[in-house]
Design a protein around this ligand. Structure first.
Ligand code: NAP
Length: 283
């Protein structure tokens, strides 16, 4: 077994967070898992002595530094932070309110950033640490009806990548893990669905909504296998900046890369046409 680690995982009540916590505990690691209520905390702690629950909504930005400091003092150094807590908002953009967008970004982006900002002073001091941000294939490929969700995951992908460059010289590695469709509560109890209001989108969007509802619980991806892959990742001395999970994600991302490459070539002359005549510098 690799050296015993302390993992701090947000959102361990179900899905990826729960599976990763179970896999980590089985490997002999200690897991501080965040949940949103005392019943869920008891349920999590029943997994074993190494399972320590903390009640936290990741949008409670003021509570996050205090909770992380408590974990460092009472449990020990956070070796690995996994920003897993998140949900999917589904709705045609024009029909979906700005408040729904704010909530999506508060949870999926600001919550994850607040967690990273709280652990970093400790990790920097040790010149050691791992951060895993659960993004999504929706952080690279898009489809109608999940604009806010994709926007939030694109944001987290970009932040992860830039942050990884800032932290590598300090011995801290950041990986954005982008799953395809997995069998969790994501498209079931956790999804926020904006009611329909504009008939013009019926033909495009209604079949997408119906298909997602029908597929919930029958997705291709197995969260237990994803958990094993993530645990292996945190033991790898050279983790990637991005890791896709699932053959569906691989296929869709490859298709997008091909389409992007074709589009770049088609528009290359226009792209190049805007340079100045002198030798400017890149910034
Ligand atoms: P899940 O079973 O619904 O689990 C989501 C977890 O996040 C739950 O523990 C939930 O807690 C927690 N959570 C949600 N909002 C929170 C908040 N404001 N504060 C604290 N915790 C919160 O779904 P999942 O698929 O495992 O989702 C985990 C991550 O994977 C998400 O970031 C999701 O976007 C991402 N993802 C999922 C898929 C997929 O197909 N399943 C694909 C790509 C990416 P409660 O039980 O209290 O609600």
């Amino acid at each position: 077994m690799a050296l015993r680690k302390n993992l701090l995982i947000t959102g361990v009540s179900s899905g990826f967070g729960r599976a990763l916590a179970q896999e980590s505990l089985a490997a002999g690691h200690r897991v501080v898992g965040t949940v949103r209520g005392s019943r869920a905390q008891q349920d999590f702690e029943a997994l074993g002595a190494g399972a320590i629950g903390r009640v936290l909504d990741v949008t409670d930005f003021d509570a996050i530094p205090r909770i992380v400091a408590e974990v460092e003092a009472e449990v020990g150094p956070v070796d690995v932070l996994v920003n897993n807590a998140g949900y999917g908002h589904e709705g045609v953009m024009e029909e979906s309110s700005l408040d729904e967008m704010r909530r999506q970004f508060d949870v999926n982006v600001f919550g994850a950033v607040a967690m990273m900002k709280a652990v970093l002073p400790f990790m920097r001091k040790r010149r050691r640490g791992r951060i895993v941000n659960i993004t999504s294939m929706g952080g690279f490929v898009t489809m109608p009806g999940i604009a806010y969700y994709c926007g939030s995951k694109f944001a987290l992908e970009g932040i992860s990548e830039a942050l990884g460059q800032e932290l590598k010289p300090l011995g801290i590695h950041v990986t954005a893990v982008a799953p395809g469709s997995f069998r969790t509560d994501w498209a079931g109890r956790s999804m926020v669905r904006t009611p329909r209001s504009i008939e013009d989108y019926d033909g495009l969007f209604d079949p997408i909504r119906r298909a997602r509802e029908a597929k919930s619980g029958r997705q291709l991806g197995d969260p237990a296998k994803a958990a094993r892959a993530m645990l292996a990742l945190v033991d790898n001395p050279h983790p990637p900046a991005h890791l896709l999970l699932g053959s569906d994600a691989l296929g869709l991302v490859r298709d997008k890369l091909t389409a992007m490459s074709t589009e770049l070539a088609t528009w290359e002359a226009v792209t190049r046409s805007t340079d100045g005549t002198d030798q400017g510098t890149l910034s």
